[in-house]
Design a protein around this ligand. Structure first.
Ligand SMILES: *Cc1c(COP(=O)(O)O)cnc(C)c1O
Length: 456
């Protein structure tokens, strides 16, 4: 007998209470936060879908690993455990621990980029883009055109536009020191990239002699999508698929706060010996000694275990299904989302849903405020607040106005998602009453974290 219900493949051993608040309390909290959900106290949030980054629950095996943590300054046993784990999946010769993904990006950018250089990617994540621009280089997005069409179904909507990449490589010989591909494509809706697309990108890079790095934050989720959607992979284990993916690249950056199943950590890995020396020297300056990076020995242990737990088929099936479950409820209610559902998050299409709010009044941001006020749910705008400000200080609307409901790993259950769906269905009945926002105060870069807003 094969049963249909996909269950949370774990039982709960430790619980953390979450607190109900009244609408009045939430109104006062969001006013105090200048209408920026990043500025809220987490205690005032009921269901926190702000990010899947570092918010997951660790397993008993990870906690056990932490007790084994070796806190020696140099050459700790935990470092070797960590390297063995990372190398077992990625196959890269050099593994450099960092305190999180952006530190790996910063070190890589410092080592490889000069002002005026161009770095193509299917779509740069915001920290990747900021690190590249910080070096005076250009972060170029080359997603396939379906990536910009929220309603168009495509099994690998996160793919790179390889025709455009070929042209960029040909026309800019000498000024493209690095090509990246982000799996899954976070900023385009958590959409996967096919093995065929990674292979084609890899071939183009090799033909032009340009190093190819994977932004591997969600490598396990991407492997699951390849297994379930790409011909020829159904019988392969997620681990084998991940190994095949990494084999096509020269290195990777990783945030272990995603598919590392850890609360902190990351790494940079590569095959190039000379580049590794440069990166390690920069690591010592900014993160720490090469055998711990910015991490404690126990963090290295938690990641070493977590990377493999992320590849467990039962876990991946539950994870992808959780997001799909909420997506199906939205589709049935006619609430526009990026389709198909992403691996780590459901992306609401605020431009389509709140079409009465013009882009310069930030419909996605307005929706994130409403989700909190009405339901105590915290979500993240990925639209013109996050991407609209250009390096020269000018403003250009983003391609998409999305609100991301990111799913922390192994944290919420189906009834939490039923509650989220109920709140969204309620918002659908009052959507015409929602108003836009304006920016009152903002920093020069990564403004969404700290900008202050007012309701219009
Ligand atoms: C989270 C993330 C990063 C940055 O990692 P941090 O650990 O947050 O610094 C880079 N790229 C992608 C695709 C991400 O999702």
């Amino acid at each position: 007998m094969k049963f249909e219900t996909i269950i949370e493949p774990f039982r709960i051993k430790t619980v953390e209470p979450i607190r109900q608040t009244t609408r009045e309390e939430r109104l006062s909290a969001i006013r105090g936060a200048h209408y920026n959900v990043f500025q809220l106290n987490a205690e005032d949030v009921l269901i926190d879908l702000l990010t899947d980054s570092g918010t997951g629950a660790m397993s008993v095996y990870q906690w056990a690993g932490m007790m084994r943590g070796d806190e020696s300054y140099a050459g700790a046993r935990s470092f070797h455990t960590f390297v063995k784990s990372v190398a077992g999946i990625t196959g890269f010769r050099h593994v450099i621990p960092t305190h999180q993904g952006r530190a790996a990006e910063h070190i890589l950018s410092s080592a490889m980029l000069q002002p005026g250089d161009i770095v193509p990617n299917n779509t740069h994540f915001d920290t990747t883009r900021a690190n590249i621009e910080h070096r005076g280089a250009v972060a170029l997005n080359l997603p396939i055109h379906e990536g910009h069409q929220p309603q168009t179904l495509h099994p690998f909507k996160g793919n790179m536009d390889v025709v455009a990449l070929e042209r960029v490589l040909r026309e800019n010989a000498g000024t493209v020191p690095l090509v990246m591909i982000t799996v899954t494509n976070n900023s385009e809706g958590g959409q996967p990239v096919s093995m065929e697309n990674i292979r084609r990108t890899s071939e183009l890079c090799r033909a032009h002699g340009v190093p190819f790095f994977i932004d591997a934050c969600r490598f396990a989720e991407n492997a699951w999508f390849i297994k379930t959607r790409e011909p020829g992979y159904a019988d392969k284990a997620p681990l084998e698929i991940a190994q095949e993916m990494f084999k096509l690249a020269d290195g990777c950056t990783m945030s272990a706060k995603k598919d590392g199943m850890a609360n902190i950590g990351g790494f940079l890995a590569m095959n190039d010996d000379a580049l590794a020396v440069t990166c390690r020297n920069s690591l010592i300056l900014t993160e720490g000694f090469p055998t711990y990076g910015g991490l404690a020995g126990y963090d290295l242990e938690a990641i070493a275990v977590g990377l493999y737990e992320a590849l467990d088929p039962d876990y991946l099936q539950y994870r992808v299904r959780s997001v799909e479950y909420l997506a199906e409820k939205m589709l049935a209610a006619g609430i526009p989302t990026v389709r198909p559902a992403g691996g780590h998050a459901l992306y609401l299409d605020a431009r389509a849903w709140l079409s009465h709010i013009p882009q310069h009044q930030y419909p996605g941001w307005a929706l994130s405020v409403a989700l909190y006020v009405e339901g105590g749910i915290r979500a993240c705008e990925i639209g013109s607040v996050m991407f609209g400000r250009q390096p020269d200080g000018s403003e250009r609307p983003a391609d998409l106005e999305l609100v991301r409901l990111a799913f922390p790993r192994r944290v919420y259950t189906q009834s939490h998602m039923d509650y989220v769906a109920e709140v969204l269905l309620y918002l659908n009945t009052i959507s015409q009453d929602l108003r836009g926002v304006r920016i009152v105060e903002q920093p020069a870069a990564l403004r969404h974290f700290t900008a202050k807003f007012a309701l219009l």
